[in-house]
Design a protein around this ligand. Structure first.
Ligand code: HPA
Ligand code: MG
Length: 229
């Protein structure tokens, strides 16, 4: 995945565009890493190992500091899938802030969205715990998401937040999925652009399972059947 350029690289960093993981990226064999025993047999391969997620998140934190350092921000973590990325991102921003001339004063708030059933996106998205969005009026808001697929979910959330007239809204998503229906939405910051696969781990779930897996993995048919609801 960590190619340094050239057309043979499975993936390469593209500056502000994030790390692009191509459709033919085979991933890493599960045998090369450790993961919870209760998921043995349920996964196809490791798409992004935990260490790379954390390292890439550190760079996103630096980019965010560069752009919006010296401001007070409200980090709005989109639950539940965003909690790991948000926690690591906030930690990196805090460390960078402590070790530099620039500072960020952060408050962390949460909103909960649910739009997936099994591996299918549902038509209606529920926004829960979002009744105090009025606190965002006049604030610099950084929305932190785990994954942006069609962008529909993010657009609904953005429309809801914009009603409360924040001073600024930026979106950071760990992953962006290349879907067959790209509607043009790109977050301001993202870690990895991935193929149109259903992924789990690092807080991303399949019917609430796999949040306790450190690496981002591709679930197999056995896993899908086992945890289908
Ligand atoms: N995995 C988990 N949750 C998701 C995904 C995914 O691939 N896409 C949208 N929500
Ligand atoms: Mg999500």
């Amino acid at each position: 995945m960590a190619g340094r350029g050239g057309s043979s690289a499975a993936a390469r960093s593209s500056g502000g565009r994030g790390v692009v993981i191509s459709d033919n990226w085979p991933g890493y064999s599960l045998d090369l890493f450790t993961y919870p025993q209760h998921y043995y047999g349920d996964l196809e391969y490791v798409l992004i190992p935990h260490g790379i997620i954390v390292d890439r998140t550190e760079r996103l934190a630096k980019d965010i500091m560069q752009d919006i350092g010296d401001n007070d921000i409200v980090v709005l973590c989109v639950l539940k899938g965003g909690y790991k990325f948000c926690a690591d991102l906030v930690e990196h921003i805090k460390n960078l802030s402590r070790n530099s001339e620039r500072f960020i004063s952060m408050k962390v708030d949460f909103v909960r969205l649910k739009s997936y059933h099994n591996d299918q996106s549902m038509q209606d998205m529920q926004i829960m715990g979002g009744d105090d969005l009025s606190k965002l009026t006049g604030k610099n808001v950084l929305i932190v998401e785990d994954i942006v697929g069609t962008g529909r979910t993010m657009k609904v959330l953005l429309n809801n937040i914009e009603k409360y007239k924040p001073k600024m809204i930026k979106v950071a998503s760990l992953l962006v999925k290349r879907t067959s229906r790209p509607d043009g939405y790109r977050p301001d910051y993202y870690g990895f652009e991935i193929p149109d696969l259903f992924v789990v781990g690092y807080a991303l779930d399949y019917n609430e399972h796999f949040r306790d897996l450190n690496h981002i993995c591709v679930i197999n048919d056995h896993g899908k059947a086992k945890y289908r609801v």
